[in-house]
Design a protein around this ligand. Structure first.
Ligand SMILES: NC(=O)c1ccc[n+]([C@@H]2O[C@H](COP(=O)([O-])OP(=O)(O)OC[C@H]3O[C@@H](n4cnc5c(N)ncnc54)[C@H](OP(=O)(O)O)[C@@H]3O)[C@@H](O)[C@H]2O)c1
Length: 317
């Protein structure tokens, strides 16, 4: 047995990770490589800087060519799926992402993949007014219907070495004299450390039973507390003010134009205000956001981490 409990004599030693050079995917791939597994990266950005120095080969994540996806997945034991679209240049990104995920699951089934470990989100809901949460629920249903053994892991918001949301908040707090909190700030945030999520994903890859579970951290904050904690950690003197959500959205939109990025979408604000970034289940991740924040405070928010720039080639397609 290996450190993650995987049978070292298992026949297939190759796994596939969507976005293995991305945020969650990189942490999963790191653990798999440490476990002696071969990893292939299913991606539309094979030229992104390679953290694994050539140890991970890339194959296209081309949903318009399911046959090629099947070929790429042949000989793969476990598919770790982190694929999702936060936004798109046109059309409905979440519906498109759900349809694409379904193509991926069918390809995995056709290729004989044993197990799919899928990263979803806390509180997906087929009846949600928010297409993001409806789309995530659809993907879960399609995965369960695919007939491939699966584990579905649901974090709410992630932190770690590339924490887009937390870093953007810190970046704003370091630079702006005023920080607008949408609404009353009493809705919750329950962050998950990306390393905890990756560890759980890899452990689940070695198993066979189906599982659907929230993966959230041990600390739960109101958004007011969350922003205040980050403010103190980065030594910001920014004034925190509560504003109507539409005003904060307009401010985020204007800042987004300046930074050539999508800072926050209306749906993300609605999800936040709807208390969807917390779990109703016990915490399974153990790393405390407040401890991590103390360590991260020297670098957090010093540099803006752009999301759109990383996506431009895909979004332009
Ligand atoms: N980050 C969070 O705070 C958070 C919170 C809750 C749930 N989640 C879920 O966790 C999973 C992984 O999130 P992550 O932040 O680690 O993702 P990520 O690394 O930014 O991206 C993961 C994958 O999605 C693809 N992708 C992302 N945006 C795309 C776009 N606009 N068009 C086409 N492909 C796109 C990437 O493709 P390439 O390899 O081609 O780049 C990669 O395969 C997602 O399902 C996400 O919904 C994340």
């Amino acid at each position: 047995m290996t450190s993650t409990g995987r049978d070292a004599n298992a026949v297939l030693t190759r796994d596939a990770v969507t976005g293995a050079f991305g945020f969650t995917g990189r942490h999963i791939a790191t653990r798999l490589l440490a476990d002696g597994r071969e990893v292939i990266n299913l991606t539309n950005h094979p030229d992104r800087s390679d953290p694994f120095e050539g140890r991970v080969n890339a194959a296209p994540l081309n949903f318009r060519n399911p046959e090629a996806l099947v070929t790429s997945l042949e000989g793969v034991d476990t598919l770790y799926n982190t694929y999702w679209m936060r936004f798109a240049r046109r059309g409905s990104p979440h519906r498109q992402a759900a349809q694409n995920s379904s193509v991926l699951f069918e390809a995995a089934h056709a290729a004989g993949v044993r197990r799919i470990v899928h990263i979803s989100i806390a509180n997906p809901d087929p009846n949600s007014p928010l297409p993001y949460y409806r789309g995530k629920a659809q993907v879960e249903q399609d995965l369960i219907a695919s007939g491939v053994s699966c584990a579905i892991l649901r974090p709410a918001v992630l932190f770690g070495d590339e924490p887009i949301l937390v870093n953007t908040i810190a970046w704003m707090l370091r630079r702006l004299p005023v920080f607008g909190i949408p609404g009353d700030g009493q809705y919750g945030v329950q962050p998950t450390f990306v390393g905890d999520l990756a560890a759980m994903a890899v452990a689940q890859g070695a198993r066979n039973e189906s599982l659907v579970v929230d993966v959230v951290g041990p600390e739960r904050f109101t958004f007011d507390e969350f922003v205040s904690l980050i403010r103190a950690a980065v030594g910001s003197h920014s004034l925190l003010v509560h504003l109507p959500p539409s005003l904060t959205l307009m401010a985020a939109w204007s800042l987004g134009i300046l930074m050539r990025d999508v800072i926050m979408t209306r749906e993300e604000v609605d999800g936040l205000l709807g208390n969807l970034l917390v779990s109703r289940h016990p915490a399974l991740a153990t790393t405390r956001f407040s401890d991590w924040l103390t360590d991260a405070s020297p670098w957090l928010g010093k540099r803006y981490i752009p999301e759109l720039a990383r996506r431009l080639p895909t979004l332009a397609a």
